[in-house]
Design a protein. Structure first.
Length: 243
C-alpha cells in the first residue's frame, strides 16, 4: 500500500497523480469490495496524518483524486447498493490498472518531466487536458501549440487573419517583427523554420498521426517543446523592451 505523501507534496500533486495514489490504496484493500468514497478518504487521512487541520485539507485533495478515478472509468457506482451514488467499487479498468499500479503511477504525466520547466501558459492551457487522461492528450498538444500561435501573433502585432505556418514565416522571416537583427543570418532563418515546422507538424490535429498522443511521455515532450518556443518569444519581447 502506498503511504500518503507529506501534505505539502500532496497539495502540489495534480488530481491525476492523487488519483493514482488513491488507486494504490484501493487496490490493496478494496479490489472486489464496495465502499463509500468519503469514508474511504477519511480513513486514509486518519491513518497517515496526525493533525486534524492537515486531515481536513488532505481529505479535500483526496476527493479530487477519487473524482479523477471516477471520470476516468477506474471507479463505478456499485450496482446493488443504495442509495444511488453512495457506494462505489473498482471497475474492470480500475482492477487492470491496479494490477500494474507501479507503471500507472510512475507514468502519470506530471511525474514525467519537472513541471518547473514548463511555461506558465502551457501549465494553464494544456496541462489540465493532460490531467484528464489519455483520451485528452491530443487536445493538450493542440492547445499547447495554439498557445504558441496566439503568442506569436500578439507579439508580432498581427491580426487574426494571420494563422499557422504563414504567420510564423511573417513573424520570423526577413524584416519580420520578431526576427533578431543581431542574430547570424543562418541562425535567424533556423528560428523561423523551427517555429514554422512546429506549428505545421503539431498544431493541426490532422497531422498528429506522426506521433501517438496517447503516449503520455511523448505528449509531455511536445508540451515541453511548446514551452521552449514560448520562452523564445518572451526573450524577443524582452529584447524589444516590451516585457
Amino acid at each position: 500500500m502506498y503511504p500518503l505523501p507529506p501534505i505539502a507534496a500532496l497539495i502540489s500533486m495534480s488530481p491525476r497523480d492523487v488519483g493514482f495514489t488513491v488507486l494504490g490504496h484501493l487496490a490493496a484493500s478494496k479490489r472486489l469490495a464496495t465502499f463509500v468514497m468519503h469514508d474511504e478518504v477519511r480513513g486514509m487521512s486518519e491513518r497517515d496524518y496526525s493533525s486534524i487541520e492537515v486531515r481536513v485539507e488532505a481529505e479535500q485533495i483526496l476527493m479530487e483524486g477519487m473524482e479523477f478515478l471516477l471520470r476516468s472509468g477506474f471507479l463505478v457506482q456499485a450496482a446493488r447498493n443504495s442509495p444511488p451514488g453512495t457506494w462505489y467499487r473498482l471497475s474492470r479498468a480500475g482492477i487492470e490498472a491496479a494490477d500494474d499500479i507501479d507503471f500507472a503511477f510512475n507514468h502519470a504525466p506530471r511525474s514525467m518531466l519537472p513541471i518547473d520547466i514548463m511555461h506558465a501558459e502551457i501549465l494553464a492551457e494544456a496541462m489540465p487536458e493532460m490531467d484528464r487522461g489519455p483520451e485528452h492528450f491530443d487536445t493538450a498538444v493542440f492547445k499547447a501549440f495554439r498557445t504558441v500561435e496566439i503568442a506569436v501573433r500578439d507579439a508580432a502585432g498581427f491580426g487574426n487573419e494571420k494563422i499557422g505556418v504563414p504567420l510564423m514565416n511573417a513573424a520570423f522571416g526577413e524584416a519580420g517583427p520578431l526576427r533578431d537583427p543581431e542574430a547570424e543570418k543562418g541562425e535567424a532563418e533556423a528560428t523561423r523554420a523551427l517555429f514554422a515546422g512546429a506549428i505545421g507538424a503539431f498544431k493541426n490535429p490532422s497531422s498528429h498521426r506522426i506521433v501517438d498522443e496517447r503516449d503520455g511521455a511523448q505528449a509531455m515532450r511536445m508540451l515541453a517543446f511548446a514551452s521552449l518556443l514560448l520562452q523564445i518569444v518572451d526573450r524577443r519581447l524582452e529584447a524589444l523592451g516590451r516585457r
